[in-house]
Design a protein around this ligand. Structure first.
Ligand code: GLN
Ligand code: ZN
Length: 746
């Protein structure tokens, strides 16, 4: 067999939204009815062609297709195997509108659930699989994208989520039990691809870099043994990423698949596993040597060393980025305002392709690239005072006083009723606020004018909350473009990009800051807003900060020191901010950690170490305040699983969390984990435009009071209100305050 046919260099996927978010603009225009399906399809075809040409012109010799998506590649795979739930089929919409109905919901039907893709900030739509889901092969999209690329003279390798991972990511009544049926459907898809002339197909199985049972691993083996035994198929490349494959690696190696992709960046132990597996006749190893999940340039010499070791093990070694380049911005060349000493250390998707090509050629020719070692980091990126402070920390710096004493001191100061009412922080980001921010950026509004508008909004939000009768108020966060970017812009050691957009879900894109150096606070970041808000009311106003773990999770983080060290640097800056808020008369501070679960390692063996440093960083940020200052935290999900113990470890006085979907179950779980402090289970699901009735909230609170005494129970929505409109916010908060009063009286 000619294994070199795979090629020498590839990527598993590439940014698909367009350099200027053209896809976002086009799908949103389609949703709002300003363009029709044909015009949306035109834009999409243009974006696909651009990606293929870019990769070809970069001289990548194995180019993927079907990595384009109108919304999400897991949803695309669901459509390819016919897993469209009946509740969407019966809407009788066009194929495209059925697809968007699954992604976004329609009046009559809520969307598929959205959840995060492994340890990234990308979100996929969770397939719904039931025992009577009828899988049917629908290879139209991969086949037509392949043909489309051929028409541009470019031969590609269609990509699909693999059958085992697809079912492991699905929800329903034991989806994984359907693997046999699903593999039959994949067999039909592979046959259709072969008929279309496809030589290689890529099936992604990243679910196997997490802990899997022996049965799940042997099912993976059986699935690929079966697909591999088909005579009518393209060659199969099974791609894995985000970690090491563990025991699934030998299982996969025992199948007839022609190529296996391994991530040597996030899963360096793949190398020793592979060596232990012995010689691999007939196999191609696609080596993920370029970090696809971060923005730093590759250490080419180290990558070549790994690649050379691999060539001794496998018949053929090709080079790839460690995972799809979907998770990094498109092109560094678009950034003209980054400092040169930072820029020269960065590589976005386009630059990573060059690295892959260069490494592929070096392995083929047995020559190393001219070693261009990175220059040492500029002295100005090191902050000796920050390092000295961190070195001098002791456990006492992460420890507050006894909770009982804190609770008593806080109650004396705040005089809150049982079932105190509050919100999570943000109020609606209105069109006027966004316009003011755009005008500030464009230079048509000066800083004073901008601040004036934001202050007017704060005053409005305070008046509204007083009128509604809430107990602990917020300033509403009108000045924040984004809860991480806002802090990134004010801290040393962070850089912002102009065009560094990354898809988060569907048409939503984010521009994560880059943490390149030691983190230091130049000046107070939030104090002026909080004290202004506090000056307008006699009720307590919460100071609002984003926690260290969330700041890391939603940034590109330096890799030259452990994440824990960077988290502690951010924590010190937040600790100083807490102290300044306290000194300015703020009595309640909330430090949000909605991403605490996001950075959780996929393998259980690494989770404790992570949770230890994550909790430690939060405590470093929050434990400097007096007993009488109340610390809140907010977590944004309802299935806590492995992090439930860590929530107690945060030692916040009050924790607000999502509960409206799980119906207060979380309270029992928290109590079982030993949590005995204040808790605010969200009683309004703000992700839905529905206004909860007073009766609904009362019902939820009655269930909550059965599990948590009223003086520890808080009444709040389950997240910030920035995506909602004022009419629903007012109506819902009115019901919430009335329900709290009713249950309090009872
Ligand atoms: N304080 C933030 C807000 O209300 C929290 C957002 C979040 O949890 N993602 O917007
Ligand atoms: Zn939230």
């Amino acid at each position: 067999m000619d294994h070199t046919a795979f090629g020498q260099s590839t990527v598993l996927g590439y940014p698909r939204i367009g350099a200027n978010r053209e896809l976002k603009k086009a799908v949103e225009a389609y949703w709002s009815g300003t363009i029709d399906a044909a015009s949306l399809e035109d834009t999409a075809a243009g974006l696909r062609a651009e990606v293929w040409r870019t990769l070809r012109d970069a001289r990548l010799d194995a180019i993927p297709s079907n990595t384009f998506s109108y919304y999400d590649h897991v949803l695309d795979t669901a459509v390819a195997v016919g897993a469209i739930p009946e509740r969407f089929r019966r809407l009788g919409l066009s194929e495209l509108d059925t697809y968007f109905a699954m992604a976004r919901g329609v009046d009559a039907e809520p969307a598929l659930e959205l959840t995060k893709w492994f340890a990234t900030n990308y979100h996929y739509l969770v397939p719904e699989i039931s025992p009577d889901t009828v899988f049917t092969a629908n290879p139209v999209k991969p086949v037509s994208e392949y043909a489309e690329a051929q028409s541009h003279g470019i031969t590609t390798r269609p990509v699909l989520v693999g059958p085992a991972t697809f079912l492991l990511l699905a929800k329903g009544d034991d989806p994984f039990a359907r693997l046999g049926d699903l593999v039959d459907t994949y067999a039909r898809i592979l046959s259709a691809l072969a008929s279309a002339g496809v030589a290689w197909v890529q099936l992604d199985e990243p679910a196997y870099v997490a802990d899997r049972t022996i049965d799940e691993i042997s099912a993976l083996h059986d699935a690929y043994a079966r697909l591999g035994a088909l005579t009518d198929r393209p060659k199969i490349f099974v791609a894995t990423y985000f970690g090491d494959l563990g025991d699934a690696l030998p299982a996969l190696l025992r199948t007839p698949v022609e190529a296996i992709g391994l991530d040597f960046v996030a899963g360096p132990s793949n190398l020793s596993r592979l060596a232990a597996a012995g010689p691999l006749p007939g196999k191609t190893i696609v080596a993920g040597l370029v970090d696809g999940h971060n923005v730093w340039r590759t250490d080419l010499r180290a990558a070549i060393t790994t690649g050379t070791t691999l060539t001794a093990l496998a018949d053929h070694v090709a080079v790839a980025a460690s995972c799809s380049l979907l998770h990094v911005p498109a092109d560094l060349d678009a950034e003209t305002r980054l400092a040169p000493e930072l820029r020269e250390r960065l590589a976005f998707a386009r630059q990573k392709v060059d690295e892959v090509v260069l490494l592929g050629a070096a392995l083929r020719d047995g020559t190393g690239p001219a070693p261009v070692p990175l220059p040492p980091a500029p002295e100005t990126w090191r902050r000796t005072e920050v390092r000295a402070r961190l070195a001098a920390l002791s456990p006492a710096d992460r420890q507050r006083g006894d909770y009982r004493a804190r609770a008593a001191a806080q109650q004396e100061r705040l005089q809150l009723p049982p079932l105190a009412t509050t919100t999570i922080g943000s109020f609606p980001q209105t069109a006027e606020l966004r316009a003011a921010r755009a005008a500030l950026r464009a230079g048509t509004l000066d800083a004073d004018g901008y601040a004036q508008r934001m202050r007017a909004e704060v005053a409005h939000v305070i008046r509204l909350q007083e009128e509604l009768g809430l107990d602990v108020l917020v300033h509403g966060e009108p000045e924040r473009n984004d809860m991480v970017q806002y802090f990134g812009e004010q801290l040393d050691g962070f850089a912002a990009t102009d065009h560094g957009w990354v898809q988060s879900y569907g048409s939503r894109c984010v521009r994560p800051p880059i943490i390149f150096g030691d983190v230091a606070r130049r000046a107070p970041m939030t104090v002026a807003w909080s004290t202004y808000a506090q000056s307008l009311t006699a009720k307590p106003v919460k100071g609002m900060l984003t926690g260290p773990v969330t700041i890391l999770a939603w940034s590109f983080v330096r890799t030259d020191q452990p994440l824990a060290a960077t988290a502690d640097q951010v924590a010190l800056a937040l600790r100083d901010e807490c102290a300044d808020l306290e000194a300015a008369g703020i009595t309640v501070v909330q430090v949000d950690e909605p991403a605490l679960r996001e950075l959780l390692p996929l393998r259980a063996s690494a989770q404790k170490a992570y949770l230890d440093w994550a909790v430690g960083a939060f405590r470093l940020a929050t434990s400097g305040v007096a007993d009488g200052t109340q610390v809140h935290t907010h977590l944004c999900y309802s299935e806590f699983g492995e992090v439930i113990g860590a929530i107690d470890g945060l030692d916040a006085d009050v924790t607000s969390l999502e509960a409206s979907r799980s119906g207060m179950e979380v309270l029992g779980d928290l109590a079982a984990a030993g949590y005995r402090r204040g808790v605010g289970p969200g009683v309004w699901d703000i992700h839905s435009p529905r206004v909860p009735s007073r009766g609904e909230v009362t019902g939820a609170l009655r269930r909550a009071v059965a599990a948590v005494p009223g003086r520890r129970l808080w009444v709040n929505p389950d997240c910030g209100l920035k995506t909602r409109g004022y009419p629903e916010v007012e109506a819902a908060l009115r019901n919430l305050v009335a329900a709290a009063a009713e249950v309090r009286a009872g």
